[in-house]
Every structure is written in structure tokens, then in C-alpha cells.
Design a protein around this ligand. Structure first.
Ligand code: DNO
Length: 393
């Protein structure tokens, strides 16, 4: 596996020199400053690549080229935006960056209700608390018809949550959900959020699948010709929120997407944190089924709470998933396919000096470094044991 690190560009409080000291060799980044839908000028891609190489690192994956909302809703003019997207992917490929991560989540990218959830050891973690999400949906956003999606117990829990919440707590909850988490590129006010949701009035699961199919039909041949591959990131959390359809939440969803374009260029990001939230998602089985098309891995673990729709981000080797089994399956896949998969320690707890310095939600330096160190240890141990098994067998 190629140990990589997400870097948000020159503004990132964790510099490339810092990344060097983590032992990672790969960088995962994007030209975050370019608005969604616009073409990325190749000179700017080249300048960013040189900056990374000058620091002794290599740009392994673009995460992400954002997919414009008009492509997801199939609004008039989506083809021009999709052509820009394909042209950007081709420019990246010419610059040697051949793995392109993207997502097809309507309106919101990843979503959390709490960015500073205290843990018993003094660390803080990201959390998705269902009652907080429902409180926002029902009583702050006041989404039309939302109450039909909740049970009376859910509504009571949302009311209780809100009663406990201070005014600034409500503001924080609102900002956490709609102001845009790192890498999501879009941020909304309550009004613009309502307008975006309204654009999906006629776009359900079937339509969203169709719009993804149309998008892939247009971009995959170009990307393939440029020698690059796409890596669709799964939904986070892996289920519908705010009445919006989501179509990359289960193995079945991913298999359906794989079938839309048989090309090897139509691939996936295995995000163990996103998929792991659904108890039915068997991650080693997903690797087994879709491995030939997995080009990038986000490694982290979540833990479901008493209400299993709620979860928090646990340490990388804890949580509900079996990280050792996942790493073993990924290493087997690499041996089978003869290609190395870039992985990054996804998210991390805020620990030690992360509490005092400036750090990006989910992306503190030390918490991620802890994750990377632990994952690296697992990789070495799995290799040593499997190598020994092979020799003995
Ligand atoms: C969160 C990330 C997401 C991811 C996009 C991929 O930390 O995993 O922002 O980058 O969904 O397009």
C-alpha cells in the first residue's frame, strides 16, 4: 500500500514538510480553490505537483474533482459541466495524477452533527448523533414533510435534544451540517440549503442512478483513454438524509455502479469509515467482490451507538470493523492484481497538541499520525504473518 496523507493545499495548517515526517510518501489533494464545475488549468495542476515533489512527496490521488450539483440533478447544461470534469481528469492524468476520487452525494458531502465529541481519554472525535440531525431537520431547517420520516420516539428525542441545546449550540449544529466540512467545497445558508434540496423534488434513487450513468457514459471513455481511473467514494453516512437519495451506500449499490460501465476506469474508493456505519456492509466481502476496481482506500473506524443510526469516529483499530481483516484483504488484492493501492489514514481524533493548534475538523496532525502509525504496524504484521504462512505452506 502506498501510505498517503490528505493535504488541503498551501493553506493547510499541516505543511508538506510536516507530512514528510509522518513517513507517508503520497499526497492526496485537489485544487480546492477552484469553484465546482470549472476546468482546472493544467499549469496550476503542474505548479501544485511541483510543490509536492519539491517536498519529497508524490501526488498520488486527486480527492476530489467535485461533481457539480447540476450533473447530479441532470439539469440543463450538465453535459458542459461533465465535459469540464473529464477535461480536468485528463489534465491531471497528463501531469501523472491518475487516480481520481469523486462522490455523487446530493447537496451534502460527508455530514456530522458534532465536531468535538469528548471521549473518555480526553481526545475529541467527530460524531453523527441521530437526535441532533433530526432536531436540525425538524425544528431548525423545518423541512417540509420531514415529520413523516420520523417515528414519534424520534420526534421526542429530537425535542429533548433541542431543549438541552443552548443558542450557540444550535448555531454550531447548523454550521456543522450546512457550512461545509473540509473538502466538501459547498457551503449553504438555511435558505440556499432549502433551495438545493428543492432541486431534488423529482430526483429519487432511480433518477440519481440514471444521472450517474449518464455522467459515467460521458466521462469514463475520456478518462480511460487518458490512462486514469475513477474512484467513487461511498456515501457518508451510507443512507438517505434530508429526504435525499443516496446510491453508493451498500455492496449492491456499488455493484450496480460497476455494471454501468464495464471499463476498468470505472472504479471505487474503499472508505471503511463510511461503509462501516452500516452493520450489513461486510468490508472484506466488498473487497473480494469489487477488488479489481478498488483504486484507493480511506482507512478509519466508526462505532455505532445505542441508537445504531448514531455513530462516532473511533480510533483507527477500534470501532465496529475488523481493520486487520480489511488490511489483509487489501494486501491480498494487491498481490493478486500486482498494483499498489494508495491509502490514507482517514480522519483522526484531536489529541495532545491538536487541541491547542489550528486544525481542520477530522484532519488534525497528531491524531492522524497516531492512525497512520497503527495502520502501518498492522500492514507490517500482516505481511510478516502471511509471508510466514506462505513459506510454511
Ligand atoms: C471526508 C472525505 C470526503 C470525501 C469526498 C470524496 O473526510 O472522505 O470529503 O473526500 O466525499 O469525494
Amino acid at each position: 500500500m502506498i501510505e498517503s496523507w490528505r493535504w488541503f493545499g498551501p493553506q493547510d495548517p499541516v505543511s508538506l514538510r510536516d507530512v514528510r515526517q509522518t513517513g507517508a510518501s503520497g499526497i492526496v489533494t485537489a485544487l480546492h480553490e477552484i469553484p465546482n464545475g470549472a476546468l482546472w488549468p493544467e499549469e496550476e495542476i503542474a505548479t501544485r505537483r511541483e510543490m509536492i515533489e519539491d517536498a519529497g512527496l508524490s501526488w498520488q490521488v486527486t480527492e476530489s474533482i467535485p461533481v457539480h450539483e447540476d450533473i447530479k440533478t441532470g439539469a440543463p447544461g450538465w453535459e458542459r459541466l461533465a465535459r469540464n470534469w473529464a477535461d480536468t481528469a485528463c489534465a491531471l492524468a497528463r501531469q501523472g495524477v491518475k487516480t481520481i476520487c469523486y462522490n455523487f452525494m446530493p447537496v451534502l458531502d460527508w455530514t456530522r452533527t458534532d465536531l468535538n465529541h469528548p471521549l473518555a481519554d480526553g481526545a475529541t472525535a467527530l460524531r453523527f448523533e441521530f437526535a441532533a440531525y433530526a432536531a436540525f431537520d425538524l425544528f431548525i431547517l423545518k423541512r417540509e414533510g420531514a415529520e413523516k420520516e420520523y417515528t414519534s420516539e424520534d420526534i421526542a428525542a429530537a425535542e429533548a435534544f433541542l431543549a438541552r441545546c443552548t443558542e450557540s449550540g444550535r448555531e454550531r449544529l447548523t454550521a456543522n451540517i450546512i457550512a461545509g466540512l473540509p473538502g466538501s467545497e459547498e457551503s449553504y445558508t438555511l435558505d440556499t440549503f432549502r433551495t438545493r434540496l428543492a432541486a431534488y423534488r423529482d430526483v429519487g434513487r432511480a433518477e440519481l442512478f440514471l444521472n450517474l450513468r449518464n455522467f459515467l457514459e460521458l466521462v469514463v471513455p475520456e478518462v480511460e483513454q487518458a490512462g486514469a481511473v475513477l474512484a467513487l467514494h461511498p456515501d457518508d453516512p451510507p443512507r438517505s438524509i434530508f429526504g435525499l437519495p443516496r446510491i453508493a451506500s451498500t455492496q449492491e449499490d456499488l455493484e450496480r455502479v460497476a455494471g454501468m460501465q464495464r471499463s476498468q476506469a470505472n472504479g471505487f474508493t474503499l472508505c471503511t469509515g463510511s461503509l462501516g456505519v452500516r452493520a450489513q456492509n461486510d468490508l472484506p466481502a466488498i473487497i473480494e467482490a469489487l477488488g479489481e476496481r478498488i483504486y484507493f482506500a480511506h482507512l478509519r473506524a466508526t462505532r455505532r451507538e445505542i441508537d445504531p443510526r448514531s455513530f462516532y469516529e473511533d480510533a483507527h483499530l477500534e470501532g465496529d470493523i475488523d481493520m486487520v481483516a480489511i488490511i489483509r484483504a487489501l494486501r491480498k488484492l494487491e498481490t493478486r492484481t500486482g498494483r499498489q493501492i494508495p491509502m490514507r489514514p482517514d480522519h483522526g481524533h484531536r489529541i495532545l497538541n491538536d487541541h491547542t493548534g489550528r486544525s481542520t475538523p477530522g484532519y488534525p496532525a497528531i491524531g492522524r499520525l497516531r492512525g497512520l502509525g497503527e495502520l502501518r504496524g498492522v500492514i507490517r504484521a500482516v505481511d510478516a504473518l502471511d509471508g510466514a504462512d506462505a513459506a510454511a505452506g
